[in-house]
Every structure is written in structure tokens, then in C-alpha cells.
Design a protein around this ligand. Structure first.
Ligand SMILES: *Cc1c(COP(=O)(O)O)cnc(C)c1O
Length: 432
């Protein structure tokens, strides 16, 4: 796509350095988004490669000179080309299912750099992960330890394990995405950690290699990380006093992004603080691991959608678009905020709208009380759509899942075709 002549300097959108308005049009890197919407249709996810690499760069800078690995938590966005990009940039992966492991392998990632999290791993998933040679199982309960040991012995292997501890700190985020407090299903309770490590060390099919925690998601404050680190290091001392050596310390993911003026610390600044704490406590020489998801991809993506109808009402005006909760589930699930920007600024009158999709649910909204100057046929970008959107999307209402494009400079690569109806019906059978 050829750049058009510009009359004014591009203006980057706050919090989205790779997204800019040039004159009236919205561009991602060197590509005009409206051109992509015309070429590929809507809804359409578009990602900036530069934005992902720059988010990763902040972590890499933060860990410069350290023994550290960054394991991209791929449930945030597990499209193959995105995994390929992170694998090529040197990342490992944090997976939560056997299906995710197959995606890593299909994208050219190395099994040895995979860690397997999640409270409900099945025996079949364990067997496959052992056979592939994954780096570590992050185990979340004593019963999982027993099963993993059995499965490993049956495969003639020893499974490398870390135990996910629940440090009982409040990440001060949405309750559905807070995971480090007592009373939620994740990890082993702080007071049971020692016992659980002793059990792990005694099981013949396991080799204890590390400890991990993950306190929640969309965390915008460094303090919960510092608290969690203190709690985890206390445990490390107690565990090692029992003669169980921990090679790696894994502090999980969870760093937030700017959805609506949020101000999370930058990854490099946060880690400078955390590493100083680690050094002061004498653990700076350990192999460090992190599992960021959202902060690597969230603000690298937008979802393009077309305005179908405007429906004025007595109490509210509705702007009905062709993207919906099946494409962008976060507002329906967490009342989450996503910025919404017209792809082209036109001359229409500004009106306050609820931006909603076509799905038959009142929860199907993408944004509330948004001032937009639009008319039917105009296109919009839903911002911050790189994380937990496509990977959480569904075929509800027999809507095909959207297509995806990866932008690299002035190049645009289609990385996923839109689902056809045939794709959706393929596995179903009539009776008789
Ligand atoms: C989801 C998840 C992550 C990533 O969380 P983000 O908030 O996307 O960074 C990391 N580790 C585990 C165990 C997770 O479940």
C-alpha cells in the first residue's frame, strides 16, 4: 500500500506509539487501516510487529546481563504467526493446555523453552508434554504432583517441576483476573508450600527445579509484585533449608497495559526495582523467569469494525457495528474498557453512543457512552485488542471468527483467514 501525501505530522495516539493519525486517517505503522478494512473486510484484527517487539524489548532491557528467560503467556494471543514472531525473538512460552503446546511446535518454538501452567492438566496432556521434552511443569496441587510422578514413571521419564505458590497478595485488579489471593483456585496455599515441596522431592518421577507465582492480570502498580517477591523469597529460604535446591525463580506475568489512561510501570523500570530487591536478598544470581502475556501484545492490536446502523433512542443512542462479543469478549466478561476511534475523521455530527454488536445478548456491547462522529458505512478501530480478544473469541451466533493481519512497516500479511460457514459446520453430523 503506498503512503499518501501528508500535510501534517502524524500524531501518535496516547499509549499506542505505533498507531497514529495522519491527517484524517488512522495508520498502524506504515499502513492505512481503512485500506486493510477494504481489502480484507471487517471485523478484522490488525497487529503491529514493531509494537510487540518493542514491548518485548522493555523486558529484554530489564533483564540485560541476567540469566533470565521470557516465556510469552500465549493464551493472550495464540495465533501461529504471533508465536513465530516471539519464538524468533528468543522467547519461550507459558502454556495452559496440550493444544497450546501443539501450537508452539507448529510455530517453530522449542519444547525445552515451554513451561506448562494450569490447575487441570490431564494425564494425556502430561504424557504429550513429557514426550515433547518441555522445560517445566508448573504444578498447582498435591494431587497433580502424584499424578505427574506416575505418568512420568510410566513414560520412563523424570518430570521437571516447579510449584506455583499462592503468595496471598492483593493485585488490586478485577476479581476475575486476580489469582494470588487466598480463596481462589490457583496455586498452593502459602502455609502448605513447604509440605508440598517435601512431597514433590520424595516422589520418584519428579525433579524439583523451581518455584513460581502469578498474582493476577492487568496489574498497574509495582507494589503487589514487590510484596509477592518478598513472600516467595521467604519460601525459597525455607524450602532450601530443607535441602531442596531451586534452580529457577519464576515471577509470572500480569503487568497491565494502558486501556483508558492506566499507567502501569514500564517492564524495564519495574524489573530494575524487583532485581534490586532480589540482589539485596542474595538471590540475584538465580535463573529468573517471567510469563508476560497482555503486556507483550495488548496494545499492539486493534479490531476494525464497520458501522451498520445508527439507532437513536430516548435514553441511549446505539451505534451498531459488525464486531461483537464473540470477537471482543472483554467488555461482556469484565466490563472492560476499550478505546474506540474512527478510521477516518469525517464531517458527521458528534453524538454519544453505546457501541454494540449484532449478537442477541444485552451484554453484547463494546463501549458505552462514546462520543463519535460517524454514519453507517464508516469504520472504527477498537483499541487495545491484541490480548484476550482473538484468543477468547467464539463462534456464538454462528458468526465466523475474524481474520487477522500482521503489519510490519508498510507490509501487511494476512495471518488468519476469516472462518467460513463450512469451517464452522465441518465437525458436526446429522443423526441417522
Ligand atoms: C494468564 C497467565 C499469565 C499471563 O498473564 P498476563 O496478565 O497476560 O501477563 C502468566 N502466567 C500464568 C500462569 C497465567 O495463567
Amino acid at each position: 500500500m503506498s503512503p499518501s501525501p501528508m500535510t501534517s505530522a502524524p500524531r501518535a495516539l496516547p499509549g499506542h506509539p505505533h498507531l497514529a493519525r495522519r491527517d484524517t486517517d488512522l495508520w498502524l505503522e506504515g499502513v492505512r487501516l481503512d485500506d486493510l478494512a477494504r481489502a480484507h473486510g471487517t471485523p478484522l484484527f490488525v497487529y503491529s510487529k514493531a509494537a510487540m517487539l518493542s514491548a518485548l524489548g522493555a523486558y529484554q532491557r530489564g533483564f540485560a546481563g541476567r540469566q533470565a528467560t521470557i516465556h510469552y503467556a500465549m493464551k493472550a494471543n495464540s495465533s501461529l504467526a504471533i508465536l513465530q514472531l516471539f519464538a524468533r525473538a528468543g522467547c519461550g512460552f507459558d502454556i495452559v493446555s496440550g493444544g497450546e503446546l501443539e501450537r508452539v511446535l507448529a510455530a517453530g518454538g522449542q519444547a525445552a523453552k515451554v513451561i506448562f501452567s494450569g490447575v487441570g492438566k490431564t494425564r494425556a496432556e502430561m504424557r504429550r508434554a513429557l514426550e515433547a521434552g518441555i522445560g517445566c511443569f508448573n504444578v498447582e496441587s498435591e494431587s497433580e504432583l502424584e499424578v505427574l510422578s506416575e505418568v512420568a514413571l510410566a513414560c520412563g521419564q523424570i518430570a521437571p517441576v516447579s510449584i506455583r505458590v499462592n503468595p496471598n497478595v492483593d493485585a488490586k485488579t478485577h476479581p476475575y483476573i486476580s489469582t494470588g489471593l487466598k480463596g481462589n483456585k490457583f496455586g498452593v496455599a502459602h502455609e502448605r508450600t513447604l509440605q508440598t515441596y517435601q512431597r514433590a522431592a520424595s516422589l520418584p518421577g519428579l525433579k524439583v527445579v523451581g518455584i513460581d507465582c502469578h498474582i493476577g492480570s492487568q496489574i498497574t502498580d509495582g507494589a503487589p509484585y514487590l510484596d509477592a517477591m518478598d513472600r516467595v523469597l521467604e519460601l525459597v529460604q525455607a524450602i532450601e533449608a530443607q535441602g531442596i535446591r531451586l534452580q529457577h525463580l519464576d515471577f509470572g506475568g500480569g503487568l497491565g497495559i494502558d486501556y483508558n489512561g492506566d499507567q502501569p510501570p514500564a517492564a524495564d523500570a519495574l524489573w530494575a526495582q524487583l532485581l534490586a530487591r532480589l540482589d539485596a536478598r542474595g538471590f540475584g544470581d538465580r535463573h529468573l523467569m517471567v510469563e508476560p502475556g497482555r503486556s507483550l501484545v495488548g496494545n499492539a492490536g486493534v479490531c476494525l469494525t464497520e458501522v451498520l446502523y445508527l439507532k437513536p433512542g430516548e435514553q441511549r443512542n446505539f451505534c451498531i457495528v459488525d464486531a461483537a462479543m464473540n470477537d471482543l469478549p472483554r467488555p461482556a466478561m469484565y466490563q472492560a474498557f476499550h478505546g474506540i476511534e474512527p478510521l477516518q475523521q469525517g464531517a458527521s455530527r458528534t453524538t454519544r453512543y453505546d457501541v454494540v454488536g449484532p449478537v442477541c445478548e444485552s451484554g453484547d456491547w463494546l463501549g458505552r457512552d462514546r462520543d463519535l462522529a460517524v454514519q453507517p458505512g464508516d469504520r472504527l478501530a477498537v483499541l487495545s485488542a491484541g490480548a484476550y480478544c482473538m484468543s477468547m473469541s467464539s463462534n456464538y451466533n454462528t458468526r465466523g471468527r475474524a481474520a487477522e493481519v500482521l503489519v510490519d512497516g508498510d507490509q501487511a500479511h494476512l495471518i488468519r483467514q476469516r472462518d467460513s460457514v463450512a469451517d464452522q459446520l465441518r465437525n458436526e453430523r446429522l443423526v441417522g
